[in-house]
Design a binder for this molecule. Structure first.
Ligand SMILES: Cc1cc2nc3c(=O)[nH]c(=O)nc-3n(C[C@H](O)[C@H](O)[C@H](O)COP(=O)(O)OP(=O)(O)OC[C@H]3O[C@@H](n4cnc5c(N)ncnc54)[C@H](O)[C@@H]3O)c2cc1C
Length: 407
């Protein structure tokens, strides 16, 4: 393999580049990014960077500059021609490849209705946090955050820490509900103690503006929240529009890949393409499964592990490639709480408290499906999670017919 193109210079793309070089790939490596920024890490954006305890220099992804890569920055890939083995760029250039790593990640999901021109933000990247921080530094003392998933909760925590009055609106009634069990309650209490006003169980009907600047949020229950600033934090959409003509399978916009991270063709054949591998938030991998099929992960550790393996498998080729065998793990911090999970806690049918004391802010809950462990979540009990990760690895080895060890 002489020419490899990596699309996306987030964590998955950079780890793929490092992995290619670590395997001894000495050919031409081109990394394409639609952002002008040097590669950076996203988890600190809504936490330490927004809070001011880290600088922009601190969030850069170390190692990216040592890849010996040709960088194409500020230019999007707009097409993948698998027959001619070319990545097409927005400026009309074409990059030939022997192998390509698709790691385009995701964009913040935009509000589907009308939005005022100014004062309504989303947060996914460095520029978004700069804009948000500029609003706060410019005097915004109030914010309404729409959506209490992990980004919304982290923003609420950091902004309230900066002295901003935060109202957090969540139509589904519970913050961090994907983690199940009692975590939502513990987080809601901590948020309340930090002065965050929670509006749970009611959604947003629309926005009011004055001269194009947001002045209030209208809720479905009829109430109106005056505010000069809104952050819409309602999840993400995979950045895969540009692959629509590629012939790849794109269920729910994710790039479907086999257990070895080779992208599957669409149109009924489903055959993996030996020259195209996938990693990170844009991927939906056959190796990450719940009872009803593959599950997409939007976690840092998944992007890192898939980037590393995707590159290794691309060089090895399908016959020698290894299956993706990573136990999912996730962490976040908010309101002084360290929250972690392993496995797929959202896919269980029974939750069991196995340690901790939710009233005291400590949770260790195991999630089971049909009696089998599928995930575990902790608040301030992180040291106990590694045993659950080992059990999950053991379950997986039994399922795949290999002997578990060290469980
Ligand atoms: C604010 C925030 C906080 C987070 N906090 C945590 C946390 O605490 N714990 C945790 O486990 N996970 C966290 N995550 C999730 C984690 O950061 C992601 O899972 C990870 O960044 C995904 O990496 P990626 O490389 O797949 O995608 P991305 O980081 O999205 O990188 C993809 C890159 O590709 C670029 N791109 C997209 N389309 C194109 C194109 N057509 N051409 C060229 N370039 C393109 C994008 O602009 C981007 O630069 C957080 C995410 C966010 C946004």
């Amino acid at each position: 393999m002489r020419e490899v193109v990596v699309v996306g210079a987030g964590l998955a793309g950079v780890r793929a580049g490092e992995s290619l070089r670590a395997q001894g790939f000495a050919g031409r490596l081109t990394v394409v990014s639609d952002e002008r920024e040097l590669p950076y890490d996203r988890p600190p954006l809504t936490k330490q960077l927004l809070s001011g305890t880290m600088t922009e220099a601190d969030v850069r992804l170390a190692g990216a500059e040592d890849l010996g890569a040709r960088w194409v920055r500020g230019t999007a890939a707009v097409g993948l021609d698998r027959e001619r083995r070319r990545v097409r760029l927005a400026d009309g250039a074409e990059l030939p490849y022997d192998g390509v790593v698709l790691a385009p990640g995701a964009k913040a999901r935009a509000w589907s209705g009308a939005v005022p021109r100014a004062g309504v933000l989303t947060v996914r990247g460095l520029d978004d946090v700069r804009r948000l921080r500029a609003e706060v530094d410019g005097g915004a003392r109030e914010v309404v955050i729409v959506g209490a998933g992990f980004v919304g909760v982290e923003l609420a925590s950091s902004l309230s820490g900066l002295g901003v009055r935060v109202t957090l609106v969540e139509p589904f009634g519970r913050p961090l509900r994907a983690l199940g069990g009692t975590v939502s309650g513990v987080v809601a209490e901590a948020a309340g103690r930090a002065g965050v006003v929670l509006r749970l169980g009611t959604g947003v009907r629309g926005f009011r503006d004055d001269g194009g600047r947001v002045v209030a949020v209208e809720l479905v229950d009829g109430s109106v929240l005056p505010t000069p600033l809104v952050v819409v934090a309602i999840g993400m959409v995979p950045a895969t529009d540009w692959l629509a003509e590629s012939g790849l399978a794109l269920p729910s916009g994710r790039i479907h890949c086999d257990e070895r991270l080779f992208a599957r063709s669409g149109g009924g054949s489903g055959a993996p393409d030996p020259r195209v591998v996938v990693a990170g938030d844009a991927a939906c991998c056959d190796a990450v499964r719940a009872a009803d099929g593959p599950v997409a992960l939007e976690h840092w550790s998944n992007a890192a592990a898939q980037g590393e393996l995707a590159a290794r498998n691309l060089l090895a080729g399908p016959a020698a490639a290894e299956p993706y065998d990573h136990v999912p793990s996730f962490w976040t911090t908010a309101f002084g709480l360290r929250i972690k999970s392993v496995g797929l806690p959202g896919t269980g049918d029974r939750t069991v408290a196995e340690a901790g004391d939710p009233a005291g802010g400590a949770v260790l809950e195991a999630h089971y499906r049909d009696g089998r462990l599928v995930g575990a979540v902790s608040v301030e009990q992180g040291r106990l999670l590694s045993a659950y990760a080992r059990r999950l690895r053991g379950e997986r080895m039994i399922a795949s017919g290999t002997e578990p060890s060290g469980t």
